[in-house]
Design a protein around this ligand. Structure first.
Ligand SMILES: Nc1ncnc2c1ncn2[C@@H]1O[C@H](COP(=O)(O)OP(=O)(O)OP(=O)(O)O)[C@@H](O)[C@H]1O
Ligand SMILES: [Mg+2]
Length: 290
């Protein structure tokens, strides 16, 4: 039997730096270790997303500082943190937009995100929604979804092909899911801000993503729209793995089981919303950033 990989134990109260964890003297203010040693390969097998000790530096400034985050398949994880905490940079690393200086990032057991480009990564099932909705306003809602579905299929050389009955049914299902069936034939430009956000989520869903990265999807939505988005995300939970970056704490409370708090490029706390919102360092980070 090979010796255990000594790089890290699995510990939900993640220390800032895993090598620190191994070399610790017992004096540090770190959570107690959980004696559950796993190899890196086992962790990659276990999680759909595996980020370990990822660091990104911009002109000497550490935007990510030994960031470690694991996501279970089908999990909906909320990532919060004050402005500049590194949330968007983390998504940039996952999608191949930004290359870290150090660390590891895997999607599933074998897809090393750090040696793949953005196109390859998106075709591998990681879809990202930016904060601002970007739909084709002069096309109908249904056409937007159709375009997104076909664009995804260009990989297989079928851009001009008509959608199959199965594809049509799936498209109708997504229209229903994002509550836009009555607007299917209306121009996307006529949709409300919230409906455009849903349409864009729908445009990701028709691509059948394995991992959805959503950056502040409820920003600018009415309370009713937020409530409907909560329902939508709860429907998606378990079927897709989701990372949701959000500032709206009420919304986070309503959807998230586990919340990861980033601060200064690293994980400050991770746990349920009650745990993180009463965590002294989290409170300090938010007040300090106010
Ligand atoms: N391309 C870049 N060049 C230089 N600095 C950058 C670049 N991108 C991000 N940063 C800096 O890195 C830090 C992290 O930025 P990031 O956008 O990831 O934070 P965030 O958590 O998404 O913040 P917000 O909540 O405001 O969206 C910030 O201090 C930001 O100014
Ligand atoms: Mg951001």
């Amino acid at each position: 039997m090979s010796p255990p990989d000594k790089s890290l134990p699995v510990n939900p109260g993640i220390p800032k730096n895993f090598s620190d964890f191994i070399n610790r003297t017992g004096e540090e203010d770190l959570p107690p270790p959980i004696l559950n040693w796993e190899t890196k390969r086992e962790r990659r097998q276990k999680y759909i997303l595996f980020l370990e000790d990822v660091s990104v530096t911009f002109d000497g400034f550490k935007a990510l500082d030994n960031l470690t985050l694991y996501l279970n398949e089908g999990e909906l994880r909320c990532v919060i943190g004050p402005n500049g905490a590194g949330k968007t940079t983390m998504m940039d690393v996952i999608t191949g937009h930004t290359r870290p200086d150090s660390g590891e990032a895997f999607f599933g057991e074998n897809l090393n995100l750090l040696d793949k480009d953005e196109v390859f990564i998106s075709q591998s099932g990681i879809c990202r929604k930016f904060q601002k909705p970007s739909v084709f306003e002069s096309l109908s809602t249904g056409q937007n979804l159709e375009m997104a579905m076909k664009a995804n299929k260009t990989v297989f050389g079928t851009l001009k092909a008509k959608l199959s009955k199965e594809d049509r049914d799936y498209l109708d299902h997504i229209l229903e899911l994002v509550r836009l069936t009555p607007r299917a034939d209306k121009l996307a430009g006529t949709l409300s801000h919230g409906q455009k956000q849903w349409l864009e989520i729908g445009m990701l869903l028709v691509q059948k993503p394995k991992l959805l990265l959503l950056d502040e999807p409820v920003a600018g939505m009415t309370p009713q729209e937020i409530e409907r988005t909560t329902e939508l995300l709860k429907t998606l939970e378990g079927k897709h793995s989701i990372i949701l970056v959000e500032h709206d704490m009420e919304f986070v409370r309503s959807v998230a089981k586990i919340v990861t708090v980033l601060h200064q490029g690293t994980v400050l706390a991770e746990g349920d919303i009650n745990y993180v919102s009463s965590h002294p360092e989290v409170i300090e980070a938010y007040l300090g950033g106010a």
